[in-house]
Design a protein around this ligand. Structure first.
Ligand code: ZN
Length: 205
């Protein structure tokens, strides 16, 4: 979306970077950066989940069938909320609701059912044909990989008191990272922005 200044990607893993495409989840009116299917493709591309060529293919598929792309955007946003809930719950309470696991599992099973194992030089690679569901499949796979092979104990939620809730993989040596970003929540810049947004939406009511 042209008018949004996209935030820095701080998750360190595809699934967390996609979960962080909503900012200010505690607000009445959270800021969701994925307005269109094209936004989703660009976000996943920026997070390293898609090659430039794959992104071009997905944009073309979406232009050819906007209705299907809209439906897939809705499903991917729903999965994103399950992925967020799963890792946020585990990071902050040590648990996640069974329904969240089931939702991630459902898209993961779908992803596996549509992928193929192919030779790529000396290696093998799991791959998919261009498909509008690809972003959702990649999100599901990334979430299951992180949850099952970790280091999921290093997944943390931003310590901001004011509702950032961004998730990130703490790769610091002693596991001491507290903020999504030192230049943002680390110096309260984002918290001030979210507070201003909360006031503005209250004033608009
Ligand atoms: Zn933060």
């Amino acid at each position: 979306m042209a008018q949004d200044v996209l935030p820095e990607l701080v998750g360190g893993v595809l699934c967390l970077d996609v979960a962080n495409s909503v900012d200010g989840r505690v607000l009445d009116d959270p800021l969701d950066y994925l307005h269109t299917y094209a936004d989703l493709v660009d976000w996943v591309r920026r997070a390293g989940g898609l090659s430039a060529a794959q992104a071009v293919e997905l944009h073309a598929l979406a232009e050819a069938d906007p209705e299907a792309a809209d439906g897939e955007l809705v499903r991917t946003r729903a999965l994103r909320e399950s992925v967020f809930g799963l890792f946020y719950g585990r990071a902050t309470q040590g648990v996640a609701a069974a329904g969240l696991l089931a939702a991630v599992q459902e898209s993961y099973v779908d992803a596996l059912a549509h992928g193929r194992l192919v030779a790529d030089g000396p290696d093998l690679r799991w791959t998919w044909e261009p498909d509008l569901r690809l972003a959702r499949w990649l999100l599901a796979r990334s979430a299951v990989d992180l949850a099952t092979t970790g280091p999921s104990g290093r997944v943390k939620a931003c310590a901001s008191q004011d509702g950032c809730q961004y998730l990130f993989l703490d790769t610091s040596k002693n596991g001491s990272r507290r903020w999504c970003s030192m230049t943002d929540c680390g110096n309260q810049a984002k918290s001030q922005r979210l507070t201003a947004r909360r006031r503005a939406s209250r004033a608009a009511d």
